[in-house]
Design a protein around this ligand. Structure first.
Ligand code: FES
Length: 166
């Protein structure tokens, strides 16, 4: 193969454990495609995100086209199509949180981290995002750090939360 030429073979490989777990999920369904969400979760647990190579490999397992896998990835906000930071910091900017200053808070967080929503800090520590309503409207404005909700926030408190993340 010419150096730099792109093979049609996916370059990522799932571990034997991940492949076996995906096959076990597929066996639970009369139509194996029913296991796609579980498979995506397993792959993301191993690789951190589901890029084009992983999508090609999954597509081959499920008898789909890679674009069909990527369409599912892009539909669900719990799946990522590119590398992520070690922590996900997501501010809710829906109505109740916005009425309580979430958009100004987001600007302050972007300035504090030196990135915009949707980006990752250069050290790979934090990926910043926006969320739709997370059901904590009575305690707006709120943000989610990984699996933890923080509520009734102002910028000094958010800066403190961010600075305490490893
Ligand atoms: S609008 Fe932010 S939690 Fe509901």
């Amino acid at each position: 193969m010419v150096s730099g030429a792109r093979s049609s073979e996916p370059s990522v490989a799932f571990s034997d454990e991940t492949r076996a777990a995906i096959e076990a999920e597929m066996a639970k369904f009369p139509e194996p495609r029913g296991a796609m969400l579980a498979a995506l979760r397993l792959v993301q647990e191993e690789l951190g995100y589901i890029g084009p190579d992983a999508a090609r490999r999954l597509a081959a397992m499920f008898g789909l086209r890679p674009v069909q896998v990527l369409e599912i990835v892009s539909f669900y906000n719990m799946f990522y199509d590119q590398p992520q930071g070690r922590h996900h910091v997501c501010l809710c900017t829906n109505l109740s949180c916005s009425l309580r200053g979430a958009r100004t808070l987001l600007e302050g967080v972007e300035e504090h981290l030196g990135i915009r929503a949707g980006e990752t800090t250069p050290d790979g520590r934090i990926t910043l995002g926006r969320e739709e309503c997370l059901g904590a409207c009575a305690y707006a404005p709120m943000l989610r750090v990984d699996e933890t909700y923080h509520e009734d926030l102002d910028l000094p408190r958010v800066r403190q939360i961010l600075d305490e993340l490893e």
